[in-house]
Design a binder for this molecule. Structure first.
Ligand code: ADP
Ligand code: MG
Length: 353
């Protein structure tokens, strides 16, 4: 079955598309990224964790549906050959950990990019809204990528960690000979999000961080004071913790933000000393200074999904193609060991054509 996967991550940089043939194995047919127009990115950031009118959110939801549908077209694969779309959408709010709300404990998440529009414009059945199903099952709604990491990277004799450095950084720990239930996955902390806020749109190749000075006192303070880094998984974080508020409150600079990302990734991977290989994907893999720092502080060999025939920038788009396929087959797509859900759940909602 040919499935198109769509996602825009927490960096809000643009829509990643992957067209994948999914049956026994996973064969990637085409990938592309369609950057958001600057004003659209601005509008998304302005409704993410900021007071916003419901009208703005509703309009953005439908506008993003149009942009996601156009992104499928731009992959250059005839629409008639695509059987199914899996769209993650754009997260504008994620709170996987329940909070006290109107007398109840509520965990919640919101992804926008209206699937009814995507299905109507492309003529292709579209599955979207994957995360709420996991939250309904008692999970944190994230991370979902371990499902794919396990399929792509598991090895009988080699212990591996898949590291994705997006807006937030996350790892999937796959011990040698692991079964699915042995996989551990969690967000390590900020990826590029804090850096992007300080050096918009991003610190190309880490040049500003390389030229800057790490504020050691601030770094140690942040590492020691935030209980998040020291908490046991499952755990997930987002723009709520590391968005504009964090930048403002801490007075952090680009060099220190880059080192914070590196050190918190190293802290997380260091908890799994058997790890022999770290497979790095996401936009942060293009930050050559960050990669140099990671190579210095990490013991395991560093590699990329390219070694496994996968484009590292498209891994999450591939994931949502694979998850849509799972749902289409009435099969679960979450890993309870990763999200903390009580049970495996069939993820998403379907817009038929
Ligand atoms: N050449 C580069 N140098 C430094 N950072 C880069 C480079 N290319 C991409 N990035 C970073 O990657 C981010 C996008 O990564 P991505 O994996 O798409 O994240 P997300 O999943 O959060 O959207 C950009 O916002 C930027 O911070
Ligand atoms: Mg992105």
């Amino acid at each position: 079955m040919r499935v198109a996967g769509l996602i825009s991550g927490t960096s809000v940089d643009g829509i990643d598309v992957a067209v994948v043939d999914v049956d026994e194995g996973i064969k990637v047919i085409a990938t592309t990224t369609v950057p958001y127009p600057a004003d659209v990115r601005e509008a998304i950031l302005s409704v993410s964790n900021a007071p916003a009118h419901a009208a703005t959110i509703a309009r953005l939801n439908f506008l993003l549906g149009e942009l996601f549908a156009e992104a499928v077209r731009s992959a250059g694969v005839p629409l008639e050959s695509i059987d199914l779309i899996g769209s993650h959408g754009q997260t504008i709010f994620h709170e996987g950990e329940p909070v006290e709300f109107l007398g109840r404990k509520i965990a919640s998440t919101m992804q926008i990019g209206e699937a009814a529009i995507i299905a109507e414009r492309t003529g292709i059945e579209t599955i979207a809204d994957f995360r709420p199903s996991d939250i309904a099952a008692g999970g944190k709604g994230a991370p979902l990528v371990p499902f794919l990491d396990y399929q792509l990277f598991r090895h009988r004799a080699i212990a591996r960690v898949a590291l994705n450095i997006g807006g937030i950084a996350n790892i999937t720990v796959i011990p040698a000979g692991a079964g699915m239930e042995d996989v551990i996955a969690f967000d390590t902390g900020p990826g590029n999000m804090v850096i992007d806020a300080l050096a918009p749109p991003f610190d190309r190749n880490g040049e500003r961080a390389r030229a800057g000075q790490v504020n050691r006192a601030l770094l140690e303070q942040l590492l020691n004071e935030d209980p998040y880094y020291h908490r046991e998984p499952p755990k997930a974080c987002g723009r709520e913790q590391f968005g504009a508020g964090f930048v403002h409150r801490t007075g952090i600079d680009v060099a220190t933000a880059t080192e914070l990302t590196v050190r918190t990734i190293a802290l997380a991977i260091g908890k799994y000393p058997a790890t022999e290989e770290v497979i790095v994907s996401g936009g942060g893999a293009h930050n050559s200074y960050m990669m140099e720092r990671l190579a210095t502080v990490l013991k395991p060999r560093i590699t990329t999904p390219a070694e496994f025939g996968i484009d590292g920038d498209s891994k999450e788009a591939i994931l949502f193609a694979v998850l849509a396929y799972q749902t289409h087959q009435r099969r679960a797509g979450n890993l309870p060991s990763a999200t903390g859900a009580r049970n495996a759940a069939i993820l998403g909602k379907v817009s038929y054509t």
